[in-house]
Design a protein around this ligand. Structure first.
Ligand code: GLN
Ligand code: ZN
Length: 761
């Protein structure tokens, strides 16, 4: 019989209950027992819900208080010094949260994006010669917890090779060298899991969908042999996702496991070769339901694929699954009463995806008739979407057809720069900020009151104008050369624009965990994108009217708008991005017409869109760069275009970043102590750059001397006349008590440096 399975469930809760509980615990208003009770009831509800939906293999240990990679490291005793762990006992919640968020005398561990998702994991930090010890069998615990509730679950265990590939060592040595030390601990974990009563373990090895080094390839057979030896009766499901395994498929097929999961959404290309390569006695888990997007599955097509596999000789040992964990989609459509009904019919969030999985498993076993209703509904919705004229905007297609290369290019930077210099008349090392100023509790309260209809539009906007006026006056007094209006009117840098663009839809509760207690509710792009009216012009115009300095207009770029949304799948990502770029281009041109001489187009998600496979990167960079240029290049030579990115690790894509041809780019560098300088050893960035000299992620305010020290280091590599002084990122999460002194220090640092770093004539 085909088994309906799941690979992981959203852990934050349908109403972000985990977020509320975590934040209450951190604030000291709830006890550890309260937090643990909330977590246990969320797990119980998830188990019941999945079982009730007809899932046979319900996952366990997919829950984590902050992050499952962090908990895996902690369970194996890979806990760096300073987090209050005694070296032997089960790590406390205090230790886990200290690793994740830092404590007064120890910084937080590094956090980075989980593959190409917007979920962040804590990077395990391993000592050279790290010793591992199973100090917490969190998987066996999870199995036992479910068992006590009469559910036999399948625990999710991040596999040893991926675990090491995602880790960093203190001395920069290859973490895979630690495999022999790690395997006995995995073996012990598996024995405990078997004892707790599990029949299967889901062994996540998503690195199989990436380019593997020879060392990594060699590590897999060693690792899986050791695990298979330890498993004694426990069945191992080797689980890869986020793309095709491609050349790694043969390697995977040779491993001594009992089953293989295939991501047949992003990795559909694996299907035919897998049917050739995989042993017929193996179980096959078919990831037919998209775990990375919110659209309903084409059930008839998916059933066809499943049948194809059954007929190829795997019929007796099939599982139906989502392509990857459902962690990356919102919980349930139930509360989404405000969505357009036609759109709502086309969507499936985690809960609805479970029903699809169960239907497919049943259809495969009992035939189409048994799921006739579900199939008919799926067919109808697909036909309705295909015929929905609202998805297509003739004006948008006409503009796309009329695109010319000239629309993406500006006069060469060297020529523009001179014109901008005389138009803007800025000093050496101009001081600016990244855009946002503190989103205070008061401001959030007012926005919420306005949304509820308790504060009139006039009153809300008067409040915003007041905040803008105060901030502009303060920036003038402080001596900021290029002021910003402060982004007080924005709830979120993607949502604010999406709400004003056609083609976008928003959920009420469509939260997805980003890191720890932080969630995002990505908008849904369901139709052609266009801009019915100006979005930011009146705010920028108002701010400019208050000062003689050039006010910097502020927009979110096309790549970021796409990357932080759930995109439609009926047209290529590249085309969606072009549509957004054209809408933004109109806004840019209109800002210019309104007298704005400097416009920043933020692209913080530019790098995270980079495909996992090196062979696909060039194509992505080609269209991503072209879309940015399309959004920017409608302006006169005198108008200065800025962009901003929130990271410094762009050494490998610096050529593409230069090709974006922004006049000025600001980036994060303070925390990494000007790590960007490495990129400039091999690549001379041609335009202007503002390497961040104040890490806004930390409440610490650096003094002018420290900022000047960082800037001097940058000046060793970049001509000083092309340098700017700015923070690392926007100030929205900081308080004014930090922002004011920090910006004043920036100005002081600039004044000192101007006297010191004289430009050769
Ligand atoms: N302009 C935005 C801000 O200042 C940029 C935010 C970001 O890079 N994530 O908040
Ligand atoms: Zn940023």
């Amino acid at each position: 019989m085909t088994i309906a399975t799941n690979l992981g469930y959203p852990r934050i809760g349908p109403r972000r209950e985990l977020k509320t509980a975590l934040e209450a615990f951190w604030a000291g208003t709830e006890s550890e027992a309260d937090l643990r009770a909330t977590a246990a009831s969320l797990r119980a509800a998830a188990r019941r819900g999945q079982q009730g939906a007809g899932i046979g293999h319900v996952p366990s240990a997919d829950f984590a208080f902050y992050d499952h990679v962090l908990e895996t490291a902690a369970a194996f005793g890979a806990i760096p010094e300073g987090h209050g762990w005694d070296g032997a006992s089960v790590p406390s919640l205090a230790t886990i949260f200290s690793m994740a968020r830092g404590a007064p005398d120890v910084p937080a561990m590094e956090m980075t994006k989980w593959f190409d998702t917007n979920y962040h994991y804590i990077v395990p930090r391993l000592a050279a010669g790290q010793r591992f010890k199973l100090v917490w069998n969190r998987w066996a615990e999870a199995v036992a917890e479910a068992y006590a509730a009469n559910i036999r679950t399948r625990p999710v265990l991040l596999g040893p090779v991926s675990f090491l590939l995602l880790s960093k060592t203190d001395d920069g040595s290859d973490p895979l060298a630690l495999l022999p030390a790690l395997l006995p601990v995995y073996a012990e974990a598996l024995r405990g899991i078997a004892q707790a009563g599990a029949a299967w373990v889901q062994l996540d090895e998503p690195c199989l969908a990436t380019d593997l080094s020879a060392t990594a390839q060699a590590a897999y057979p060693v690792a899986m042999r050791a695990l298979a030896d330890a498993a004694s009766g426990l069945k191992l499901l080797l689980t890869s996702y986020f793309g095709p395994m491609r050349e790694n498929l043969e390697l995977a097929a040779s491993l001594p496991v009992d089953g293989f999961h295939l991501d047949l959404v992003r990795g559909a290309a694996d299907l035919e070769p897998a049917l050739e390569l995989l042993p017929r006695e193996a179980w096959l888990s078919l990831g037919l339901v998209d775990g990375r997007n919110v659209w309903r599955t084409d059930l008839r097509a998916a059933l066809g694929t499943a049948r194809r596999v059954a007929e190829a000789g795997f019929g007796a040992r099939l599982m139906i699954a989502p392509s990857c964990s459902l962690l990356h989609v919102p919980h349930s459509l139930k509360g989404e009463t405000a969505l357009d009904p036609a759109l709502r019919r086309r969507l499936a969030f985690a809960e609805e995806k479970l029903a699809e999985i169960a239907a497919l498993a049943r259809g495969l076993d009992e035939g189409e008739k048994a799921i006739a209703h579900a199939l008919a509904e799926s067919d109808a919705v697909i036909a309705e979407a295909a015929a929905d004229a609202r998805l297509h905007d003739a004006a948008v297609s006409a503009r796309l057809t009329a695109l010319t290369p000239a629309m993406e290019s500006r006069t060469p930077y060297a020529e523009r720069a001179g014109l901008q210099r005389s138009a803007l008349n800025l000093p050496l090392l101009p001081v600016t900020t990244i855009g946002s100023f503190p989103q205070t509790a008061e401001l959030r309260r007012m926005r919420a009151a306005h949304a509820r209809g308790e504060l009139s539009r006039e009153d809300y906007e008067a409040l915003l104008r007041g905040l803008i006026a105060q901030s502009v006056q303060w920036q003038d007094e402080a001596g900021v050369d290029v002021p910003v209006h402060g982004e007080f009117e924005r709830n979120d840098m993607v949502k604010y624009f999406g709400e004003q663009l056609s083609g976008y839809a928003f959920t009420k509760h469509g939260w997805v965990q980003s890191y720890g207690s932080r969630c995002v509710a990505p908008p849904i792009i369901w139709g052609d994108v266009s801009r019915p009216a100006p979005m930011t012009v009146r705010w920028a115009e108002y701010a400019q009217s208050l000062t003689d300095k050039p006010m910097k207009g502020m927009l979110t770029g096309p790549v970021t708008m796409l990357q932080w949304s759930f995109p439609r799948t009926d047209i290529p990502r590249e085309v969606i991005c072009q549509q957004i770029a054209l809408a933004l281009r109109d806004e840019v041109v209109e800002l210019e017409a309104a007298g704005i001489k400097i416009i920043q187009i933020d692209e913080p998600a530019f790098r995270e869109g980079l495909p996992l496979r090196a062979s696909e990167r060039e194509d992505y960079l080609r269209w991503a760069v072209a879309c940015f240029r399309l959004s920017a290049a409608g302006v006169r030579d005198e108008t200065q275009i800025h962009t901003h990115m929130c990271y410094s690790e762009f050494n490998d894509i610096i050529g593409a970043i230069a090709a974006m041809d922004a006049d000025v780019i600001s980036i994060e560098t303070a925390r990494s102590d000007m790590e960007l300088l490495h990129a400039f050893e091999v690549f001379a960035y041609p335009n202007e750059i503002g390497p961040g000299v104040w890490d806004i992620h930390s409440p610490r305010v650096p003094d002018a001397a420290e900022m000047a020290r960082l800037l001097r280091r940058a000046a060793e590599r970049i001509p000083v006349e092309r340098l700017w002084l700015n923070p690392d990122c926007g100030c929205k999460t900081r308080g004014w008590q930090q922002v004011k002194p920090a910006v004043e220090n920036l100005v002081q640092a600039a004044r000192g440096l101007r006297a010191e770093l004289v430009v050769p004539a």
